[in-house]
Design a protein around this ligand. Sequence first.
Ligand SMILES: C[S@@+](CC[C@H](N)C(=O)[O-])C[C@H]1O[C@@H](n2cnc3c(N)ncnc32)[C@H](O)[C@@H]1O
Length: 239
Amino acid sequence: MNKQISTPPPVAPTHSDQDNHLWLQCWREQDTDFHQTEVNPLLSRFWPGLGLARGSRVFVPLCGKSLDMLWLAGQGHEVIGIELSPVAVHDFFHDNGLQPDKSQVGPFTLWRHGNLSILCGDYFALDKSHLGPFDTVYDRAALTALPENIRTLYVAQLERLVPKAATVFLLTTEDAIEGATLAQAVGVDTEIAGLYSAGFEIDLAYVESVFEPDPQASGTVRRVEFKVYRLSGKAKPPG
Ligand SMILES: C[S@@+](CC[C@H](N)C(=O)[O-])C[C@H]1O[C@@H](n2cnc3c(N)ncnc32)[C@H](O)[C@@H]1O
């Protein structure tokens, strides 16, 4: 009998246990150069322009132990982060002198103090019922922390979680394009456009070009562009 050889279907990228393992290890070994010891200046400068009411809820995916959450809480927001590493979550509350209550929400441990809450677990396992309602998303080094082939999954998950009228406040650090035209340098990055334009209107609110030490080649500098995006959810079809 002839054996039928069929072509295997293309394999969709999946978020892997290996990625999670590496992040957990980073935190255990305190290899966390991405952590900022000051509130992000672009957050404090451009967030007020969103005109959000005090008390509105802000979702912070892949939050680490970012001090930006404290700043957002200080603006009167209810902050809800999600973070994989219990070391990061513990350090966030401990370093800021806060004593959180802990409870179980589905597969997540919820750490909570006042208007600051962090769900400890995997972003990709979240559903709306774990998170509750929120009005705005704050993303700094969340999308861009993930491998490029996983970013579509990150955005697809965000679209599942985000209420239709929500705004995503997205900060990116983009490598400057060699020989870029002015329009490219100050425009919406093609990857950001590709990832978000189906679900969101994209407004590039600010671009700042900066020379900074190149982590890949010590003793040299590279030019990067810090960008502030405001993404407004497009109306979703009912269902
Ligand atoms: C580059 S750091 C940025 C942290 C924070 N946004 C900041 O600005 O400092 C990315 C964070 O995402 C967390 N992370 C990675 N994958 C995750 C996942 N699948 N679910 C939840 N958190 C995750 C990592 O542990 C790490 O703390």
